[in-house]
Design a protein around this ligand. Structure first.
Ligand code: BGC
Length: 423
């Protein structure tokens, strides 16, 4: 499919810690200050200096014709010490949201995206007995303060990715290596989402609330091999199946355990899906196939997986679908337009109700333990000068938004010349 019409609204996504810069006291600022924790030694103190460049960034979004923007709030800025809320920080976000709306951009706001205030980490982070209550106190405060400017909320971003990297592989803060702990953190973050879902609807009954649920596609290397199939199914259940079920229904399948007070119900107004890649499984661990298209980080590019995961979710939870993240690391911008085209084509060809698609990400941003190296942005960022330069893929995306379609001309110009690297 070369050209095609879009039924889905297109937007871009970002996260506070990855773009704002500055010296908030967060678990990630502390982590990055330790030697060897971040691949290139960079820290979130620089990032895209977005905190000081909000107006210019909003103008750039508007210039590109972008009408939907997923952005995050930095909890540590809003609540720098327990129970103390910083009205200047809240006003800063109010000004940003007001500016976005004035520019015709609809915000989708993420309340938690992998980062905690330092004091929350000191109190045990997501293992602390009061974790959910503390998070909900913050949610309550900030949603009350911003409800006149925001209709769409993401409670938590990718609890599985955070739990696994921080508590099983030890590569993210708090740097632990324990499977039972990772499972516990998943249960707690699911409970946090459920509590936030209820709190937001109490404050703002008409809000649309979802979780940004990271789903990977797990396929058996040899589909006829029962061992490969069993390993793929087990990984799928442990990494995402049980968690999605818990977050969306309040029923916690094993090995998760429902924290006290959580009741079955429906805890999402739309399905929020983050999708990047697929694993090809022939044993107990995750793996990437060889001879397949890959991005700069070696992640397989597999557009059909987005629709396959969306279909699984939608069958079980028949709600509208928002792709809350999808994107790729491509420093040379040599296949990003094709990546976008292929994922949008898969969406357009499916029968599923994909309402929105947020491309990850707007400008290049600080990639957690990978630092400043991977380039996911539609807009190139020169970290030293902070100069923003839209890549050709941004022009392609802009064109698709303006036309409500990928036109034959756009395909000829931006997509046809591109090809994927084979890993
Ligand atoms: C996360 C983003 C991250 C992206 C690319 C997602 O899992 O939500 O914060 O930048 O992947 O690695």
């Amino acid at each position: 499919m070369a050209g095609f019409a879009l039924r889905t609204q297109l937007g871009v996504a970002s996260a506070a810690t990855q773009i704002e810069g500055g010296h908030a006291d967060t678990i990630w600022h502390r982590w990055a200050a330790e030697r060897g924790r971040v691949r290139d030694g960079s820290a979130p103190t620089r990032a895209a200096d977005h905190w000081n460049r909000v107006e210019a960034d909003t103008a750039l979004l508007a210039d590109l014709g972008i009408r939907h923007y997923r952005l995050g709030l930095e909890w540590a800025r809003i609540e720098p010490s327990p129970g103390h809320f910083d009205t200047d920080a809240i006003d800063h976000y109010r000004a940003e949201l007001t500016g976005l709306r004035a520019a015709g951009v609809r915000p989708l706001v993420t309340l938690w995206h992998f980062n905690d205030p330092g004091w929350f980490g000191d109190a045990g982070g997501w293992l602390g007995a009061e974790a959910v209550n503390r998070y909900v106190r913050y949610v309550h405060r900030v949603v009350t303060a911003l409800r006149d400017l925001v209709d769409d909320w993401v409670t938590v971003n990718e609890p599985n990715v955070y739990a696994v990297n921080g508590h099983l592989f030890g590569e993210w803060p708090p740097g632990h290596r324990s499977l039972p702990e990772a499972v516990r953190v998943m249960s707690t973050l699911a409970a946090a989402h459920i509590a936030a879902y209820g709190a937001i609807h109490q404050i703002q009954p008409g809000a649309t609330v979802c979780v940004a649920d990271h789903r990977r596609r797990f396929t058996p290397k040899d589909p006829r091999n029962p061992y490969h199939r069993a390993c793929a199914a087990t990984l799928d259940h442990l990494f995402q199946g049980a968690l999605t079920e818990a977050m969306l229904t309040g029923r916690f399948p094993l090995p998760l355990r429902a924290p006290r007070g959580v009741r079955p119900g429906r805890y999402a107004d739309v399905i929020g899906l983050n999708y990047y890649s697929r694993g090809t499984i022939s044993g107990p661990g995750d793996a990437t196939a060889t001879g397949v298209p890959v991005n700069d980080l070696g992640w397989e590019i597999h557009p059909a997986g987005l629709v396959a995961e969306a279909r699984r979710l939608h069958r079980r939870h028949p709600l509208p679908l928002w792709v809350t993240e999808n994107g790729t690391a491509d420093a040379a911008d040599s296949f990003r337009a094709k990546f976008i085209h292929d994922h949008l084509a898969a969406i357009a060809a499916s029968e599923l109700p994909f309402e929105r698609y947020y491309h990850w990400c707007f400008t290049d941003n600080w990639e957690w333990a990978e630092g400043e190296v991977p380039r996911f942005g539609l807009v190139d960022l020169d970290y030293a000068t902070q100069l923003r330069t839209p890549r050709a893929s941004a022009r392609f995306y802009s064109d698709a938004i303006a036309n409500g379609a990928v036109t034959e001309e756009a395909h000829e110009r931006w997509v046809a010349p591109q090809s994927y690297r084979i890993g």
